[in-house]
Design a protein around this ligand. Structure first.
Ligand SMILES: C[S@@+](CC[C@H](N)C(=O)[O-])C[C@H]1O[C@@H](n2cnc3c(N)ncnc32)[C@H](O)[C@@H]1O
Length: 292
């Protein structure tokens, strides 16, 4: 495909106009979706080398300046609709924010904020506890705490990247009495006691099936009576999967509703305590488990 001189000329044109206009976005997706071999993908990446650098969000994903995919910085850039104002990069950041997967990530944060508000409103407990696995920038916690005047929730946030913890601490400086951070790998984290809500988004999609089930089983022990665990995972129908992989070198385990349900049953959860829902675009699924 990439040998096709029309496509090469088209991308030369897009680069010479310093990135895609909004009219070009769908065409880029179409071309990327048609790439099939590793060789074609490499040639395509070579062609876009001028933008696959940390200066653009997609280049941040591709070059991984913090050493791994999905770091707290790229997520925060998505939440803040960050755009590099340099004329060579701004259009590429606009393209990134236009991707349905980027909107789904914003949607899942909104969903988390609304769940936290609901828990705070409905709980009868004096000291309700929330555990967040892979907490990153803790933006949902911050937005929630900014939006309520009667917070009762106490948060335990786990992230293996000390830089994420430092960023989240700074961001939530006003609210530190409500937050305990744990700089730990979730694989080796043992909570002290039980939680009313265990939330994790943008983490389990990096775990292989066996590990997913193992962690599900382990953390389900830490649910209080009537507690809920909600785990996010990208849906197999994610329309931005290929572009994330090709341009962002960002590979996730995409999963179906059925597979997530099966994982929960394998982890020993009764079927009646399992529910799957999604954010409005249906791109991020959520596996919800109730304490049996
Ligand atoms: C994609 S971000 C999601 C952040 C946050 N949950 C959100 O939705 O905004 C994933 C976060 O999980 C952290 N992380 C990845 N693997 C981890 C592990 N095994 N244990 C703890 N944290 C991990 C990363 O450092 C990063 O901050």
């Amino acid at each position: 495909m990439i040998q096709n001189s029309n496509i090469i000329n088209r991308f030369k044109e897009i680069l010479s106009q310093k990135g895609p206009h909004s009219d070009d976005f769908n065409e880029i997706i179409r071309i990327v979706d048609e790439l099939s071999t590793d060789d074609e993908i490499e040639k395509f990446r070579d062609m876009l080398e001028p933008v696959l650098k940390p200066d653009t969000i997609i280049g941040h994903s591709y070059t991984k300046p913090l050493g791994y995919s999905g770091d707290y910085l790229i997520i925060e850039k998505m939440y803040r609709f960050h755009k590099n104002t340099h004329p060579n990069y701004v259009k590429w950041d606009e393209f990134f924010h236009w991707l349905p997967a980027a909107s789904a990530v914003i949607n899942r944060k909104k969903l988390a904020v609304s769940l936290l508000k609901k828990l705070n409103q409905n709980t009868k407990k004096e000291y309700p506890r929330v555990l967040i696995l892979g907490s990153g920038p803790a933006t949902e916690v911050n937005e929630y705490l900014e939006s309520v005047t009667d917070n009762k929730l106490h948060f335990e946030l786990v992230d293996f990247d000390q830089r994420a913890i430092e960023y989240a601490t700074e961001k939530n400086q006003k609210y530190m009495e409500h937050i305990t951070f744990h700089n730990k790998n979730v694989l080796r984290f043992s909570p002290d006691g039980c939680f009313d809500l265990i939330w994790s988004a943008g983490l389990f999609d990096y775990f292989q099936d066996k590990l997913f089930v193992r962690l599900l089983r382990r953390f389900s022990y830490y649910l209080s009576d009537n507690g809920e665990m909600i785990i996010g995972n990208f849906n197999i129908s994610n329309p931005s999967k290929k572009i994330m992989e090709v341009l962002g070198d960002w590979y996730l385990y995409h999963r179906s509703q059925e597979l997530l349900t099966n994982f929960a049953m394998e982890a020993g959860i009764n079927k009646e305590n399992i529910e799957i829902f999604s954010e409005p675009l249906g791109i991020n699924l959520f596996l919800k488990i109730k304490k049996s």
